[in-house]
Design a protein around this ligand. Structure first.
Ligand SMILES: Cc1cc2nc3c(=O)[nH]c(=O)nc-3n(C[C@H](O)[C@H](O)[C@H](O)COP(=O)(O)OP(=O)(O)OC[C@H]3O[C@@H](n4cnc5c(N)ncnc54)[C@H](O)[C@@H]3O)c2cc1C
Length: 309
């Protein structure tokens, strides 16, 4: 039979928001577990350089995430990495979270499940995902040493990724749906120091033809409707994010894009269920806002558990 464990707080997700929440929760003496179904650290592990987190003028995302994890572990936070949540039930006072081997009966829950990259909307995505269509330059960039790369998107992530990929690529072609880049000017300046970068404006990829290798990429100019072919060895996609709220979507209120709504205390529509980080309905999704959310959620969870909310 499965182990049942009564606990004060379950935190779902060990990114910046969840880890921060765990630090505050453990310091408030809450019996806490953090459940993480992938790698501890979350999205920031994929950033090769973070330059806006106070206290570190420049640090790799991987190192910053490790520092957060070690900080939590040092305080005695219990983190279950690669733990798969089979089901949740959040309707009653006692919240049930069932993993492969334990049924947690929690007084409060913090959802800190973050977001994942939006997939390239082409019919071939599923077949080519991981073969020639990629979402993580740190993970897959080295496969394209001396090759031609297309980067899709014009925001900070796309431009930061393109800059990183210049170390490998023979050429970088950015395909962007608008006629200006949205990325910070300083990041754009950094990218265009490299001579082998060009941009195709007002365009979207419609098809990627090929099997294990790209034969051609069909793009459409969204202003003129004109289609043309371009050639490349690989495609790296940065066209936004989608929230990871699936496991709780039957319980908490989501906005029309699927982000979880919350009040200023990070409380959701369900008493005892809080949300923190990128999965929350908010305008600015950064590390500093994730750690802020994590702080507020944990302190309010503690208040709720001790009868204050
Ligand atoms: C390439 C890149 C560069 C960035 N650069 C910067 C930067 O320089 N500065 C900055 O401030 N921000 C940056 N950001 C944004 C920043 O990383 C995010 O705002 C921040 O990581 C959000 O933290 P989070 O904890 O809310 O979510 P995440 O980091 O997404 O963490 C959520 C965690 O929850 C886990 N999870 C999801 N679903 C489940 C489930 N069902 N069960 C268990 N666990 C689950 C995920 O695996 C993940 O580990 C960058 C993001 C990217 C992708």
């Amino acid at each position: 039979m499965k182990e049942e464990r009564a606990i004060d707080l379950v935190i779902i997700g060990a990114g910046a928001a969840g880890l921060t929440a765990s630090i505050y929760a453990v310091r408030a003496k809450l019996d806490t577990i953090v459940l993480e179904n992938e790698i501890v650290g979350g999205q920031i592990k994929n950033s090769y350089s973070v330059e806006n987190f106070p206290g570190f003028d420049v640090i790799s995302g991987d190192e910053l995430a490790s520092k957060m994890e070690n900080h939590a572990l040092k305080l005695g936070v219990d983190i279950n990495e690669f733990g798969y949540i089979k089901s949740v039930k959040l309707t009653d006072e006692e919240k049930i979270i069932e993993t492969d081997d334990v049924i947690y009966k929690a007084k409060a829950v913090i959802i800190a499940t973050g977001a994942k990259p939006r997939e390239l909307p082409v019919p071939e995505e599923k077949d080519l995902h991981g073969k020639v269509i990629h979402y993580c330059e740190l993970c897959d960039g080295a496969l394209y040493d001396g090759k031609d790369i297309v980067v899709v998107g014009g925001g900070n992530s796309a431009i930061e990724a393109a800059t990183y990929l210049t170390r490998y690529a023979k050429s970088i072609t950015i395909v962007h749906q608008f006629d200006t880049l949205q990325a910070e000017k300083s990041d754009q300046d950094e990218l265009f120091k490299h001579k082998n970068v060009n941009v195709i404006w007002n365009s979207e990829i419609r098809n990627v033809v090929g099997d294990n290798k790209i034969e051609k990429i069909i793009i459409e100019n969204v202003k003129t409707g004109e289609k043309s072919d371009i050639h490349s060895d690989g495609i790296f996609v940065y066209i936004g994010y989608v929230p990871k709220a699936d496991i709780v979507k039957d319980y908490v209120t989501l906005n029309k894009w699927g982000y979880i709504e919350a009040d200023e205390n990070m409380g959701t529509n369900v008493k005892g269920v809080f949300v923190a980080g990128d999965v929350r309905d908010k305008k600015i999704r950064q590390l500093t806002t994730a750690v802020s959310d994590g702080t507020i959620a944990a302190l309010n969870a503690e208040k709720y558990i001790s009868g204050g909310r």
